[in-house]
Design a protein around this ligand. Structure first.
Ligand SMILES: [Zn+2]
Length: 152
């Protein structure tokens, strides 16, 4: 149920695995073996994490912005931002790499090719990224988050 949060965290540069359906034991063993922080709204799992000394963040909010704030606060992550050089693929969590426009020009809309100069590609799933409308729209979401992070 935290798929949207996972995609946002990847845009913010965090290495973030997400499972729509997974058994608790599997989830716990991945967190443990890969030294990850388990983020969940399932408080039964976070209780198990405490016992097994697995890093976990218990989310209480149902609002996306508030959930991001909870994560940033609980781990003192500072300011929320999108730096294209740190972005991870929202689809597959791979780090994205800069790519020359000429190499992907046939795969992007004409308007984008005319207006944008910098592009990135996910070498795993081949998805192309640029600082488009989606990122710009997210800036409002990010400003709200940073506003609230500051006020505490
Ligand atoms: Zn990808």
């Amino acid at each position: 149920m935290l798929g949207n949060i996972a995609r946002k965290l990847r845009l913010f540069g965090f290495d973030c695995k997400y499972f729509a359906t997974i058994k608790d034991e599997q989830l716990l063993s991945i967190a443990k073996n890969e030294n990850r922080t388990l983020i969940t709204r399932d408080h039964t799992i976070t209780n198990v994490c405490k016992k097994q000394k697995i890093s976990a963040i218990d989310l209480f909010s149902t609002d996306e912005a508030d959930q991001v704030i909870e994560i940033y606060r609980k781990r003192n992550l500072g300011k929320c931002e999108i730096d294209m050089n740190n972005v991870r693929c929202t689809m597959c969590n791979n780090a994205i790499q800069p790519i020359e426009k000429e190499k992907i020009i046939n795969r992007i809309p004409v308007g984008v090719a005319q207006n944008m100069q910098q592009f990135w590609i996910c070498n795993s799933c081949d998805r192309i990224y640029w600082e488009g409308t989606h990122i710009r729209n997210l800036q409002k979401f990010i400003s709200e988050i940073n506003e609230k992070l500051r006020s505490y």
